[in-house]
Write a protein that binds this ligand. Structure first.
Ligand code: DMJ
Length: 623
């Protein structure tokens, strides 16, 4: 049989002309696209969607698989959010387009690889819903101690009363002149809003930051006013832009502590509502959150000043404690997943000399610059490693390993001894040391102190000594007003002295006093209480003005010039650490509590006890 050659059909291949082949291919590719696209519309193609959809969408779905009550709340949130998304988008369109392209180029793969797997996340899910009474029964001590932590000797007790009086004075003036604003301007007697907590967003930072301090000091009328403000006026539905870090440490931390101390459901409801609003900041290719978030629209972006759109180590590394507690209270694993994902990435990437640089790209997941600092930009990342370990009832081995690894690298590369014999932490810029220490870095005395006991046995005494030496150096920087500069140097003959005019200010920061408090609890060396008292007197002498406390512009002159700002961390941290320094150790015992970086106490999570179904026998805490 002879096949006849059809007109228009070539003799090559299947006998199709080039143009026909092209049409056929076009048809075929159309068909493939159609089938692929259908996957996204078919009902319940969950497995396939999990493969093809980005992690973010999966997260939202998982998140919504929660108890009905929570889902109702979520639905309201989602629809409110959708409405707001339509109307609000404050981010410049160009930035968004560039970022969207960057993210597509890098792809969702990075995040898929780095995100905690479902089986891992199952292990972070609470067995049952959080119950406050059960939590209380798992504490070793009464949070307020016996006799509210009142010290036995009259002199210490007098000093404690003085600190309480300072708190009342700061609070009363804030209430009188700045109620509902973020901070008090004590000279001009008005309120300050600032943009750290939201340009047109969150308010009342001093109120949230003060709740726990007022409560532990027994200033109950003031605490009740603060609580009432949270009830009636804390508006979480604003469209303001805010620092994820600041909102987390002050508002999330403050509300969590208030809840754990008082058991008031109001605080729990508020903090869970706020926590949910922070989640969109993590929607980046790596899951590393960006620094700024619009709480209304959920849009997030990096700080304009941060190197090449990067995220800051001390910001994305200072979420762990609060987010683990959000999971604890909400019974939703999503918060823990978000912070575990950050940790996973940090573990995976290479670290120069074992150090963690301060800037990381949330798009590529790579370091952007090799600047390492235990002060600003780096500080509380290290703090949260050791505190994560302690807060997990010493179960979080990963955090422990990271902390001691980082500390070893810090000792090998950053810790220095000055010609005058002072131990300090220099900053590291790509291998070159900058012999400067910031006031912020002075928290590290306390940090190294609380971590000393869990280090390798042969290192424990060494860590305690190092903690004491750093604290001593920071005390040395407090002169002659007995208040310390923002940064001090150890070069050109300087010994813990600010050599630049621009470093001479003191803004009521707590870090040095924070280290005194921890070192007192760890050693009971009376010098720490004496140093704390020096600070109280200096605050009274130089920072107290008619209507509150103010920072000063130059710690080297007793003819002080005030900066007209009563920072909210003065009420939350500086005064709280002073009060604890002059109290018995059982007030917010370190056996039960870790302090977040804004000094808000968060309880150690004793899983064994919390999940124990039996009724508690030995309820020392609630006595
Ligand atoms: C506080 O808000 C926190 O301690 C933060 O970690 C660093 N800076 C201020 C106080 O100085």
């Amino acid at each position: 049989m002879v096949f006849r050659k059809l007109p228009g059909v070539s003799a090559s291949g299947m006998g199709l002309r080039l143009s026909q082949k092209f049409v056929f291919l076009l048809f075929l590719s159309g068909l493939v696209t159609l089938c692929f696209g259908a996957l996204f519309f078919l009902p319940d193609s969950v497995r396939l969607k999990r493969i093809f959809l980005s992690k973010t969408e999966n997260d939202v779905k998982e998140h919504l698989k929660r108890p009905v009550k929570e889902q109702e709340h979520s639905r309201a949130m989602v629809s409110a959010k959708a409405d707001r998304l339509k109307s609000v988008n404050r981010k410049p369109a160009v930035t968004q387009a560039v970022e969207a392209t960057e993210e597509r180029l890098v792809g969702g793969k990075a995040q898929e690889e780095l995100t905690v797997s479902r089986s891992e996340s199952a292990s972070v899910r609470s067995v049952d819903t959080f119950t406050y009474n059960k939590f209380k029964s798992c504490l070793i001590k009464n949070p307020l101690g016996s006799d509210s932590g009142k010290a036995a000797d009259p002199k210490t007790n007098e000093r404690r009363e003085k600190v309480k009086e300072m708190m009342k004075f700061s609070w009363d003036n804030y209430k009188r002149y700045a109620w509902g604003k973020n901070e008090l301007r004590p000279l001009t007697k008005n309120g300050h809003i600032g943009n750290m907590f939201g340009k047109c967003g969150l308010r009342g930072a001093s109120i949230i930051d003060s709740l726990d301090t007022l409560y532990i000091m027994g200033l109950m009328d003031e605490y009740n006013d603060a609580k009432e403000w949270v009830q009636t006026s804390l508006d979480l539905n604003s469209n303001g832009e805010a620092s994820l870090f600041e909102v987390n440490i002050r508002y999330v931390g403050g509300l969590l502590s208030a809840y754990y101390l008082t058991g008031e459901e109001l605080f729990k409801n508020k903090v869970l509502e706020l926590g949910e609003k922070l989640l969109p900041a993590f929607n980046t290719p790596t899951g590393i959150p960006r620094g700024v978030i619009n709480l209304g629209s959920g849009t997030s972006w990096s700080w304009g000043w941060a190197s090449a759109g990067s995220s800051i180590l001390a910001e994305f590394g200072t979420l762990h404690l609060e987010f683990v507690h959000l999971t604890e209270l909400s019974n939703s694993p999503i918060y823990t997943e978000k912070v575990m994902n950050i940790r996973k990435l940090l573990n995976k990437i290479e670290k120069p000399h074992g150090l963690y640089p301060n800037f990381l790209s949330p798009v590529s997941g790579n370091w952007v610059q090799h600047h390492v600092s235990i002060g600003g930009l780096g500080d509380s990342f290290y703090e949260y490693l050791i505190k994560s370990y302690l807060m997990s009832d010493k179960k979080d081995e990963d955090a422990k390993k990271m902390y001691y690894g980082a500390l070893e690298a810090i000792e090998a590369n950053l810790v220095q001894k000055s010609p005058g014999g002072l131990t300090y932490m220099a900053e590291w810029r790509g291998g070159i040391l900058d012999h400067k220490m910031g006031h912020l870095a002075c928290f590290s005395g306390g940090m190294i102190g609380i971590g000393a006991d869990d280090g390798a046995p042969e290192k424990r005494q060494h860590y305690l000594d190092l903690a004491a030496e750093i604290t001593h150096t920071c005390h040395e920087s407090y002169t002659p007003t007995k208040l310390g500069p923002e940064a001090f140097r150890f070069d050109g003959g300087a010994e813990a002295t600010a050599t630049r005019l621009s470093d001479r200010y003191y803004i009521l920061r707590p870090e040095v006093i924070e280290s005194y408090m921890y070192m007192w609890r760890l050693t009971h060396d009376p010098k720490y209480r004496e140093w704390g008292w020096e600070a109280v007197e200096a605050l009274e002498q130089h920072c107290k003005v008619e209507s509150g406390f103010s920072g000063i512009r130059d710690v080297y002159t007793t003819m002080v010039s005030h900066d007209n700002m009563q920072q909210s961390f003065f009420l939350s941290e500086t005064l709280k650490y002073l009060y604890l320094l002059f109290s018995d150790d059982d007030l917010l015992s370190l056996e039960d509590w870790v302090f977040n970086t804004e000094a808000h106490p968060l309880p150690i999570i004793r899983k064994n006890c919390l999940q124990d179904q039996g009724s508690p026998q030995d309820n020392t805490a609630s006595e």
